[in-house]
Design a protein around this ligand. Structure first.
Ligand code: ADP
Ligand code: MG
Length: 278
């Protein structure tokens, strides 16, 4: 059983078996023993004959912070759809760690196995407080929600407090989430993802619409999450990508065009042509 699942079972009342029921699908849990968090090999996705992904290969190390860039239509979002089980590839392999075959799992099973995804539009509960949003996001059985406050463990409260500090919303804990700024809402949603204890986080254009200051704070947050988590960040904002400082993969027409540090890919002739040729 992986750490995230065993953690979620601690302190739970009898009768909440969600994680146990899923357990057989992630036999042995997440195996990061070879240092690889995500492995995509020759992934192809076609829409009416058009190849949105074309024999895509990508390897993300455990604890790595990777940026994915590329022109509109390059296949970045489709790649995330494949990793999260939303879209089935026509061909290719997709593994989470050594053993978890993502092409055989449903979306909820993949989320439960430890892959969290943040979409562009935050899906927070606006009428609930910031604290309650994090509480609702924990891996708990929602059927016992009404009695949650009664048994919410000290450990759970500590985790919420830690997350509040991490996403810089500790002073906003008791405010309705609907009153937060756009950037703060984005951070809250990242916090809600973290409450699920994902090992791999997928973030699609996370700083769109943020102020420059919020963008830089978000970069600091992601850098601090790397190591414990693996992160795959799709982003157009080059100042943000530079601040993240990780390896950059350039997608183009559904395949990897270039990979390396930002300066290297920015000086790559093929990358320059793809961006200038538009
Ligand atoms: P990116 O996120 O890099 O901008 P996408 O992955 O969204 O690119 O899209 C890649 C290509 O696949 C685009 O040409 C897009 O129009 C096409 N595409 C994506 N999803 C679908 C779909 N569900 N049906 C048909 N075409 C799609
Ligand atoms: Mg996209």
């Amino acid at each position: 059983m992986n750490a995230a699942i065993s953690h979620s079972l601690e302190g739970r009342p009898e009768g909440s078996h969600g994680a146990e029921q899923m357990g057989h699908l992630v036999t042995g849990g997440l195996d990061l023993s070879h240092g690889v968090a995500l492995y995509l090999e020759d992934i192809t996705v076609s829409f009416d004959g058009f190849r949105a992904l074309n024999q895509l290969n990508l390897t993300i190390d455990a604890g790595e912070l990777r940026c994915i860039i590329g022109p509109n239509g390059a296949g970045k979002t489709t790649m995330m759809d494949v990793i999260t089980g939303k879209t089935r590839p026509d061909a290719g392999k997709a593994f989470f760690g050594q053993t978890i075959d993502l092409t055989r799992l449903t979306e909820p099973e993949i989320a439960h196995a430890g892959i969290g995804r943040k979409f562009q539009k935050p899906t927070i509960f606006e009428r609930h407080t910031v604290f309650e949003n994090l509480e609702l996001a924990m891996k708990t059985d929602k059927r016992v929600w009404t009695s949650l406050f009664a048994w919410l463990s000290g450990e759970a409260r500590d985790r919420i407090a830690d997350t509040l500090r991490l996403i810089r919303l500790d002073k906003e804990a008791d405010r309705p989430a609907g009153l937060l700024s756009h950037g703060q809402k984005q951070w809250l949603e990242i916090g809600m993802l973290l409450m699920q204890e994902p090992r791999l986080l997928l973030l699609d254009e996370p700083v769109a619409g943020m102020t420059d200051d919020e963008t830089m704070r978000t970069a600091e947050l992601f850098v601090s999450l790397a190591g414990k988590h693996s992160l795959v960040v799709v982003e157009h904002d080059m100042a943000f990508v530079e601040k993240l400082g990780g390896k950059v993969t350039v997608l183009h027409e559904g395949s990897v065009l270039a990979e390396g540090d930002l300066a290297t890919v920015q000086n790559d002739q093929r990358v320059i042509e793809v961006y200038l040729g538009r």
